[in-house]
Design a protein around this ligand. Structure first.
Ligand SMILES: NC(=O)c1ccc[n+]([C@@H]2O[C@H](COP(=O)([O-])OP(=O)(O)OC[C@H]3O[C@@H](n4cnc5c(N)ncnc54)[C@H](O)[C@@H]3O)[C@@H](O)[C@H]2O)c1
Length: 397
């Protein structure tokens, strides 16, 4: 189209958000380039192999790699696409401060590759105000480029399905930018929701913060029930049975991963650190591993106990360890327990991980830290802690 070799280039295109989106576009006929600084991820994708788990993605990548989807570490490819979609990570630093300049700096660096008439879509979760900063960067280049912020709202692992089902929030300062971005995403979804860029920036942070606070509510109620010697999951099921107003009360569990905590921190920083509910949610969710260990310490002599942790990913059926609270649990137990063993069927590259059988055989106590479905089926006489309610009511704490 318009003299460009690709319909779209995805910057950060081999990551957890970029790659499924690229595959979804390619599946629906677009020619897609993935630009990424990770040579390892680019090599994987070029070989037609997913660098991480994502349901339904392997098949599409195998079919389309080298045909409609091309991965590269060469930024020059940014010049060759009609739409440039930026999906690089937006981290918080080691002191939990958001680093909003990362996306702005990345776009500034791409500046020399941008061309007139391109559509620039920001898709990273960004600190409020970032779209305006990027508009200023593009303005300085003096190129006629349309800009839109269109946040990603998929759940990792279900992207391929959800990209085709969820409405897409589209925001742009101009009608032309809105029309072009809407046309791009209409290839995937029938429904576009229009907001202003500033509304869309907050909308994305509100989405994740709302979810994080909901999980914290469940985790706090779980702790209250446990402190009274009662089982939260039994109560939760009783409360929500045929009662729609409580149907969305979550089970207890580790609320972790690359987005929920980070985005709650971003919103707190944006509001001058005044975000009591968000900060309380962080205390509750990040405190759950400590609660579990202190509860166990009341019942057992931890120092003489061998504890097996089942599942180290941040959530079930995932190989993603980013900000996983299973690792926090491991760290806390390492101080307190006799020995700690860990296992996970999906994670590669963690030298501490042992086969499940070995952990089952050698542990005095088991804790399900990540609710992988295979742990439902385990038959063992070893006591098991299951605060997720994966195997049914009774946490075993
Ligand atoms: N993971 C999720 O479920 C999810 C959901 C919605 C939104 N988001 C947001 O999407 C963004 C990306 O998250 P992710 O989970 O895909 O992260 P990720 O780390 O999996 O992917 C980011 C990719 O960008 C690449 N990259 C980093 N800097 C780059 C640069 N300057 N140029 C080119 N490539 C670069 C990295 O190598 C990596 O492959 C974040 O802002 C995140 O908050 C994530």
């Amino acid at each position: 189209m318009d003299g460009f070799s690709y319909d779209a280039v995805l910057v950060g295109g081999c990551g957890h958000v970029g790659l499924p989106l690229g595959l979804a576009f390619a599946k629906n006929g677009m020619r897609v380039a993935l630009y990424d600084i990770s040579a390892d991820a680019v090599e994987h994708v070029s070989r037609g192999e997913m660098p991480f788990m994502e349901e339904g993605a392997d098949r599409i990548l195998k079919e389309l790699a080298g045909k409609r989807i091309f991965a590269t570490t060469n930024p020059q490819v940014v010049s060759e696409a009609g739409s440039v979609i930026v999906i690089i990570g937006t981290p918080v630093d080691e002191h939990q401060n958001p680093e909003p300049h990362k996306v702005v700096d990345a776009v500034r660096e791409l500046g020399r590759y941008l061309r007139p008439n391109q559509l620039l879509v920001l898709r990273s979760t960004i600190y409020p105000g970032t779209t305006a900063l990027i508009e200023a960067v593009i303005d300085d280049l003096g190129l006629d480029i349309d800009i839109a912020f269109c946040p990603e709202r998929i759940a990792e692992g279900r992207a391929i399905q959800e990209l085709f089902e969820l409405p897409q929030i589209v925001s742009s300062r101009t009608q032309k930018g809105f029309d072009r971005a809407s046309e791009l995403f209409s290839l995937l979804t029938a429904k576009v929701v229009r907001l202003t860029p500033e509304e869309a920036e907050l909308a994305k942070l509100f989405t994740n913060t709302w979810r994080y606070i909901k999980f914290a509510t469940a985790n706090q109620l779980f702790m209250i029930a446990e402190n009274f010697g009662l089982d939260y999951e039994t109560i939760r099921r009783g409360v929500s049975e045929d009662y729609p107003r409580a149907a969305d009360l979550p089970s207890a569990g580790f609320a972790a991963g690359p987005c929920l905590l980070k985005d709650t921190l971003q919103l707190a920083a944006f509001n001058n650190n005044e975000f009591i509910l968000g900060q309380a949610a962080i205390n509750v969710n990040e405190g759950l591993p400590y609660f579990i260990v202190s509860k166990l310490a009341r019942k057992h002599k931890l120092g003489s106990l061998k504890i097996g942790i089942l599942g180290m990913a941040f959530k079930g059926e995932s190989d993603d360890t980013r900000s996983s609270l299973a690792y926090k649990l491991k760290r806390v137990l390492r101080y307190r327990a006799g020995e700690v063993f860990t296992t996970d069927p999906y994670i590669e590259g963690d030298p501490d991980l042992l086969p499940l059988e070995e952990v089952l055989e050698n542990s005095d106590l088991l804790i399900i830290a990540s609710p992988h479905q295979i742990y439902r089926e385990i038959v063992t006489a070893t006591p098991m802690v299951d605060f997720w309610g994966l195997r049914g009511p009774k946490s075993g704490l």
